[in-house]
Design a protein around this ligand. Structure first.
Ligand SMILES: Cc1cc2nc3c(=O)[nH]c(=O)nc-3n(C[C@H](O)[C@H](O)[C@H](O)COP(=O)(O)O)c2cc1C
Length: 172
């Protein structure tokens, strides 16, 4: 069972979160998870891995409380190359200010996933603590000194595990 994580990232916060999701997904027996930067790594290897994946998770920083232009382009074109229809889908985001931007980014990605025929999932409150409503968010420490993405590491690992478990349940 393969799980793909496609992300946009310039300063590596979202990349780090993508790697934590892979770590959590790979804690599930029989799961192979890989993360790909949509601006730098969308080659034949990434496309083939994405096509073979039953679960596709997408991550993006908040830019002005919206997804990045790279991600918008990816959702309209690159995503098709991994044949998303019928696959399990999830979304996550990173941001600098804890005031809603990433939530909107996750919602926007999930709208694209639904309209691509994907099965959007997070686990929500059904899995106990931590409750992850739409998808995990990490806030960096650029401005809010009490924040930092390391604070959110465990949420991303558990989210990756929950997504992989659901993919196995649905598709194995
Ligand atoms: C052009 C630009 C716009 C941004 N706008 C916001 C914003 O509106 N709200 C916010 O919380 N963070 C904003 N950020 C900060 C990023 O969302 C945050 O640093 C994120 O973790 C970057 O992800 P990355 O390290 O994976 O590139 C912005 C960053 C850039 C470069």
């Amino acid at each position: 069972m393969k799980v793909s994580v496609f992300y946009d990232s310039k300063s590596n916060n979202t990349k780090q979160c993508a790697e934590w999701i892979c770590e959590g997904a790979m804690s599930v027996e029989g799961v192979e998870a890989k993360a790909f930067n949509i601006a730098e790594q969308m080659d034949e290897v990434a496309e083939a891995f994405g096509k073979d994946s039953k679960c596709i998770i997408i991550g993006c920083p908040s830019y002005g409380a919206q997804m990045t232009p790279n991600m918008r382009n990816f959702l309209f074109s690159g995503l098709k190359s991994v044949e998303p229809a019928g696959k399990l889908a999830g979304a996550f985001s990173t941001e600098q200010f804890s005031h809603g931007g990433s939530t909107l980014v996750i919602q926007s990605i999930q709208v694209s996933q639904v309209t691509s025929g994907m099965l959007v999932y997070s686990g929500g409150g059904s899995k106990g603590m931590p409750v992850i409503h739409l998808g995990p968010v990490a806030i960096n420490n650029n401005v809010e000194k009490f924040n930092g993405i390391e604070n959110y590491k465990d949420n991303f690992i558990v989210y990756g595990k929950r997504m992989a478990e659901k993919a196995c349940e649905l598709f194995k």
